[in-house]
Design a protein around this ligand. Structure first.
Ligand code: DX5
Ligand code: ZN
Length: 221
């Protein structure tokens, strides 16, 4: 199933509730929440209190992308704030297996993200434990960047690896994703697409629909 996960990083925070509602009405399944700590990535975005507040205005699946050092310190807190999927960066965890188990213990779905330069083999021994792999298609930290083309090869390699191992987890892509390159990333093997600026710059409903049109075309094949 193809899912759009709009990243609110690019949203108008003065009308966040309304913008989230528009993406949901136009067919987006998730809301992508980018948490940045100013250490793992240069920016500081938002944390638990903001997520807790937005939780009150939507039933969308909360897809929380933790771009923070040592995320094991905060798994329970993000679960409590309303996360449905918690994704941590492999590069930010000294004890990745332990953090994955921590996420699973909260009853939430577990995802691991890989920066562009991190090889897939970092996940070889934990792949069976995961619900989702997030293949970053830009270096994390900022919205509005351009997709790094070689990352699509990583998506293809991951889809192939999963096939060989009989696994069917979600493959998410994040960074520089637009309706105009959605077909290419889906063909590579991704099924959860994060869209920040491509969803929230301009007409949110029309932008979301542009993704949905590509999804419908790909699903009818
Ligand atoms: C980047 C974040 C992304 C970001 C995507 O570090 O993880 O989720 O919001 O923004 P766009 O779609 O504009 O590249
Ligand atoms: Zn993200």
């Amino acid at each position: 199933m193809l899912i759009l996960s709009p990243s609110i990083l690019a949203a108008d925070f003065t009308k966040l509730g309304e913008q989230i509602r528009k993406t949901a009405e136009a067919g987006a399944g998730y809301i992508h929440l980018d948490v940045m700590d100013g250490m793992f990535v240069p920016q500081i975005s938002f944390g638990m209190p903001v997520i807790e507040t937005i939780r009150k205005c939507t039933d969308q699946v909360f897809d929380v992308h933790l771009m923070i050092e040592d995320p094991g310190r905060y798994i329970e807190a993000f679960a409590k704030a309303g996360a449905d999927i918690i994704t941590v960066h492999a590069e930010a965890c000294t004890h990745l297996d332990r953090v994955i188990q921590q996420i699973k213990a909260t009853g939430k779905k577990a995802g691991v993200a890989l920066n562009p330069a991190t090889p897939l083999s970092a996940l070889d021994y934990v792949l069976d434990e995961l619900d989702m792999v997030l293949v970053m298609t830009v270096n994390p930290g900022f919205g509005g960047q351009k997709l790094i083309p070689y990352c699509l090869q990583k998506v293809r390699d991951l889809r192939e690896k999963m096939k060989t191992r009989g696994l069917n987890l979600d493959i998410q892509v994040d960074g520089g994703i637009k309706a105009s390159n959605a077909k290419e990333v889906i063909e590579a093997g991704a099924n959860v697409l994060v869209g920040g600026s491509a969803v929230f710059s301009g007409d949110v409903a029309a932008n979301t629909k542009a993704f949905m049109d590509v999804f419908a075309e790909m699903e009818s094949r």
